[in-house]
Design a protein around this ligand. Structure first.
Ligand code: GSH
Length: 78
């Protein structure tokens, strides 16, 4: 299952959410609002609190950068 650390208000997150929807993929949204458990987890697994951050556990892939995430989705899920 794809997991996306993101925020509703973040334009880069919005771009990734839009592509996930266009591709009809199932994914889990983790809201990385300040002080939440999701933000703690994000810090631990990515080393910072930058969003969007994609986790594709099945492929063992984790990545920052909205354009890179979209390219990855297009390559593996389009
Ligand atoms: N170039 C990045 C920009 C991402 C970005 O600036 N995200 C903001 C939120 S909209 C953020 O995480 N800021 C906090 C930080 O950089 O630690 C992308 O396209 O994903």
């Amino acid at each position: 299952m794809l997991e996306l650390y993101q925020k509703e208000s973040c334009p880069y997150s919005r771009k990734v959410r839009a592509r996930l929807s266009e591709l009809g993929l199932s994914w889990i949204a983790h809201s990385a609002e300040q002080g939440t458990k999701s933000t703690e987890v994000l810090q631990k697994i990515s080393g910072d609190q930058k969003i969007p951050f994609l986790v594709d556990a099945e492929r063992g892939v984790m990545m920052h950068e909205s354009d890179d995430i979209i390219e990855y989705l297009n390559e593996h899920y389009a």
